[in-house]
Design a protein around this ligand. Structure first.
Ligand SMILES: [Zn+2]
Length: 149
């Protein structure tokens, strides 16, 4: 039987091991490539900037609404003004899962709100279904995403 002190020491070791493994996963994920709908080439996640779009929920009643929700991610092609909208027609869980696993791995995250954009240039987006078609490769699995690390 281990003492409480030994068990605490073991738990500390496990949590630092866990951190190391998570960092390794992030490196693998950041180096994943996708096929760009704008230029037809492949880009690494870590080499691209991504727009986090938001939509506004109008106030209703006394306490509801009046806030912004996160919507889809749109990846900027490094060589073209066309955006890759990370598109999952359904289920919505895949979009949450992708955002959770990958958003922090892009070169830069730019927040954009529906009525007013931080970018001065005109743009258009194209739905990029590569992520949906390669969901397994991106470790996207849960129709109702709920993953704990
Ligand atoms: Zn491109």
């Amino acid at each position: 039987m281990q003492t409480a002190q030994q068990i605490n020491k073991e738990l500390d070791k496990l949590s630092s091991k866990r951190e190391i493994l998570k960092q390794q996963l992030d490196i693998i994920r950041a180096n994943r490539t996708f096929k760009c709908v704008a230029c037809g080439k492949r880009h690494k996640i870590k080499d691209c900037e991504v727009i986090q779009t938001h939509w506004y929920v109008e106030p209703s009643g006394c306490t509801d609404g009046g806030y912004w929700n996160e919507s889809d991610l749109q990846i900027l092609c490094p060589t073209s003004p066309v955006r890759n909208r990370v598109y999952f027609p359904s289920p919505i869980g895949l979009q949450y899962e992708f955002t959770y696993l990958y958003k922090h791995l892009f070169k830069k995250v730019i927040d954009e709100y529906e009525n007013g954009t931080p970018l001065d240039r005109e743009y258009e987006f194209i739905n990029n279904e590569y992520f949906e078609n390669n969901a397994k490769r991106f470790e996207l699995s849960c129709p109702k995403f709920k993953r704990e690390y």
